[in-house]
Design a protein around this ligand. Structure first.
Ligand code: F0G
Length: 457
């Protein structure tokens, strides 16, 4: 088989600034061992997130010039609306400035004390918005999804039996919504199968619980269905996406992922009454319903990006490039989440740094080591992000201690990725030198963004 090449040419470039290892040791200390506090210019390869970091296409940039900035009724909105209606089959489209703004609106309306939102796995902002409303978020991930080294085709699936049991335990009336995140970001970028969504939908229908999709990475998930699920090999990705959305009552999406946009998001749904409430909140928080929190040019970039993302050449390259890095690491014995996910490589920090106890945040320690060694910035998805405290202020750890290296779309070439693998393997070979971390300062919500840490004694 020949090399699968990047299906694009580069028209415009940005410089990468290089630092030395000695400089990075100081920079990390100044950033209190938190990658969110490192300046981007001090990063060589930035894998902090795939969100808002995509390279836009020449078509998207051309679309930006066509953005119409009318306050009400902009033609850019109607193009945006039409593309989303075509993809999702949902008639109502509400633009927001990013995904969490859509979540904030939805959960402000549906949330509240005594309510439960069930999911395969809620992303951190989704969970935070649910909890902020007073409700509780409940992850019911399938068993195989909980073990990084078990290989299975759809590790993002929801545990349908657990869902049924949970509904019996809490009562359907207390569950305003079930949310399936595709792909399952916090669970390793693993896909959800069409069959699983159908099964979940059936349980939801039987109990009159609406089903929403957190659709950030719908195209990547649809492509996984095409290549892994029986009966989908000959279908177009757009057809698969349409089928996926047809099972849902609504969706939230961050256009910063599978729309190649640098900002944006939306809510889409069928329910007119819910939409009316959403739009009322939208007007006081985001803006008028034909622009939400966005400029007309952003609406154009998103509309174009949403179509580009379903091109098969792109998805083939995209999924393969993540697998390429994953396989290189597996070959070197590095513990990674298997199989490869859709947008990121997830290192299993618990195994990678088995000498560091979970209350010394092995994931965060690994993030620091990758930065020092090669200027690579990743993010911990483990007990710093999801850990809680019990009444005695003892850490209740997260299920997994992962480090996510998210690959921005269309940004890095194969040689960048080769460099990343070389750095990780070097860190792995010297892993015994890495020390744990303790928190010196933290906020109550989403603490990983701003927490300050220092090396453990
Ligand atoms: N849902 C999922 C599954 C996400 O991955 C994100 C963002 C959001 C919702 C919120 O969207 O950022 O536009 O407000 N994930 C980013 C990440 C931040 O790095 O994975 P947003």
């Amino acid at each position: 088989m020949k090399t699968i090449i990047e299906p694009f040419k580069i028209k415009s470039v940005e410089p990468i600034y290089f630092t030395t290892k000695e400089q990075r040791i100081e920079l990390l200390k100044e950033a209190h061992y938190n990658p969110f506090l490192i300046k981007a210019k001090d990063v060589i390869i930035d894998l902090l997130t795939d969100s808002g970091t995509s390279a836009m296409s020449s078509n998207q940039w051309a679309g930006i010039m066509q953005g119409d900035e009318s306050y009400a009724g902009s033609p850019s909105f109607f193009r945006f609306e039409k593309v989303i209606q075509d993809i999702t089959g949902m008639p109502i489209v509400i633009p927001t400035h990013q995904g969490r703004a859509a979540e904030k609106i939805l959960f402000s309306i549906l949330g509240g004390k005594g309510k439960y939102f069930v999911s395969n796995t809620l992303f951190d902002t989704t969970r935070a918005n649910i909890e902020f409303s007073g409700a509780e978020g409940v992850d019911l991930l399938c068993e195989e999804g909980k073990y990084p080294t078990i290989s299975a085709p759809f590790k993002g699936n929801m545990d349908v039996r657990a869902l049924e049991n949970f509904i019996v335990e809490k009562g359907a009336a207390n569950i305003p919504l079930c949310i399936i995140t595709v792909t399952n970001n916090s669970g390793g970028g693993q896909p959800v199968s069409m069959q699983n969504i159908k099964d979940v939908k059936k349980v939801c229908n039987d109990n009159k619980i609406p089903l929403f999709i957190d659709a950030c990475r719908f195209a990547e998930n649809s492509y996984f269905i095409k290549i892994r699920e029986e009966g989908y090999a000959d279908k177009e990705v757009s057809e698969i996406a349409r089928e996926l959305f047809s099972l849902a009552d609504g969706c939230t999406m961050s256009a910063k992922k599978d729309a190649f946009a640098n900002i944006g998001g939306f809510l889409a749904m069928h329910d007119e009454k819910l939409a009316l409430n959403c739009r009322n909140l939208l007007v006081i928080t985001e803006g008028f319903p034909t622009y939400g929190g966005l400029a007309g040019r952003d609406l154009e970039a998103i509309a174009i990006g949403l179509k580009e993302v379903m091109e098969e050449n792109y998805l083939h390259y995209r999924i393969r490039s993540i697998e390429y890095l994953t396989n290189k690491l597996i070959a070197a014995g590095v513990p990674v989440m298997q199989p490869a996910g859709g947008h990121a490589v997830y290192l299993d920090a618990k195994q990678f740094l088995s000498h560091i106890p979970v209350d010394q945040y092995p994931g965060q320690a690994l993030v620091g080591a990758l930065y020092i060694s090669g200027g690579i910035r990743g993010v911990e998805i483990g007990s710093l992000m999801f850990g809680k405290y019990d009444d005695a202020h003892k850490l209740i750890p997260a299920q997994m201690e992962l480090v996510r290296l998210a690959i921005p779309r269309r940004v890095y070439t194969q040689s960048h990725i080769d460099y990343v693998s070389e750095v990780i393997i070097e860190v792995f070979n010297n892993r015994k030198e890495i020390k744990g971390l303790v928190i010196t300062e933290e906020s109550q919500m989403l603490r990983h963004f701003t927490a300050k840490l220092k090396p453990a004694e």
